[in-house]
Design a protein around this ligand. Structure first.
Ligand SMILES: Nc1nc2c(ncn2[C@@H]2O[C@H](COP(=O)(O)OP(=O)(O)OP(=O)(O)O)[C@@H](O)[C@H]2O)c(=O)[nH]1
Length: 167
């Protein structure tokens, strides 16, 4: 049975550029004519790519502008982004540039350690890597669920490696 991997993808962009329409078209297969400003909405979909299966968790956000402060839930534990602009709005194009900068800066303070560096270090230890914030309940639960799963895996295995590692 294929392993189903979890992927969280956040859709960002200025107001009314079509974020909800894209998510809806992808998940439900139809175009939404009407406009109803989003507060925040999530979609779940299993996506099969070749032999791989992904549990896609799409976050459709309320429109941002250059002054928006991105919450931790849009930064930590996110695997990818879709930055959306409208070809009929130059301003919406400028907004995605500003959002891109914000994503690199992290939340207020400048990020000094990239997730990829943590991942690399964990890999060199043969450990599982997870990035979280204590502000995010789901992500924090994920850490402790993972460590319990890893302990169970090691306890149930009769292999050479007896220790569980979580970074
Ligand atoms: N012609 C055209 N209209 C679109 C397209 N995508 C979205 N729209 C329309 O643009 C309006 C806004 O679309 P939404 O998907 O609600 O935009 P949004 O970015 O989610 O809006 P917020 O929730 O305010 O951030 C709706 O009336 C859509 O029908 C598109 O590709 N082409």
């Amino acid at each position: 049975m294929p392993l189903v991997r979890y992927r969280k993808v956040v859709i960002l962009g200025y107001r009314s550029v079509g974020k909800t329409s894209l998510a809806h078209q992808f998940v439900e297969g139809e175009f939404l004519e009407g406009y109803d400003p989003t507060v925040e909405n999530t979609y779940s979909k299993i996506v099969t790519l070749g032999k791989d299966e992904f549990h896609l968790h799409l976050v459709d956000t309320a429109g941002q502008d250059e002054y928006s402060i991105l919450p931790y839930s849009f930064i930590i534990g996110v695997h990818g982004y879709v930055l959306v602009y409208s070809v009929t709005s130059l301003h919406s194009f400028q907004v995605i540039e500003s959002l891109y900068q914000k994503l690199h800066e992290g939340h207020g303070k400048t990020r000094e350690v990239q997730a990829v560096e943590g991942k690399k270090l964990a890999e060199s230890w043969g450990a599982t890597f997870m990035e979280s914030s204590a502000r995010e309940n789901q992500l924090t639960r994920g850490i402790f669920t993972k460590v319990i799963q890893e302990i169970a895996r090691v306890e149930n295995s009769y292999g050479q490696e007896r220790r569980c590692r979580l970074m």
